[in-house]
Design a protein around this ligand. Structure first.
Ligand SMILES: [Zn+2]
Length: 138
């Protein structure tokens, strides 16, 4: 946000329109000139160059630390995203299997309460007295 009146910083900027500042970032270097910050760095994982540019001319006042610079190149970022998505679907699959196991456990418990044998797909139920009483001897 620009202050509504001229500041010493504005005067300094007017007198030094092509001022260049540089400082190191975690995986590269940031250069600031003409109201832009240009980040040049290397990918954390594969070492290929990563560059971005941000317009900071609107940040003439107050906080100018406006977020991290990218640590990964586009391919590594995509690979990381894919990896976590796969992990996620793996967890979802395991959660569902656990849920089915639990449902089976509850259902068999209910059947046991009524003296009925547990149900298993593809396995013929044993015939006992409760079964005969309920369904007849078939
Ligand atoms: Zn990379």
């Amino acid at each position: 946000m620009r202050k509504p009146y001229a500041t010493r910083a504005d005067q300094w900027r007017r007198e030094h329109p092509n001022a260049l500042r540089q400082w190191p970032a975690k995986y590269g270097t940031v250069s600031q000139f003409w109201g832009f910050r240009v980040y040049c760095g290397r990918c954390k994982d594969c070492g290929s160059p990563v560059t971005t540019r941000r317009n900071v001319s609107a940040h003439n006042w107050g906080e100018t630390r406006i977020g991290r610079w990218p640590a990964l190149c586009a391919e590594c970022r995509e690979a990381k995203r894919r990896h976590y998505r796969e992990l996620d679907s793996d967890r979802a699959r395991k959660r569902m299997a656990e849920r089915r196991r639990w449902d089976r456990y509850v259902r068999d418990g209910d059947r046991a309460e009524h003296g009925l044998p547990s149900v298993r797909q593809g396995v013929k139920a044993e015939v006992n007295d409760a079964y005969v009483k309920r369904f007849g001897n078939k």
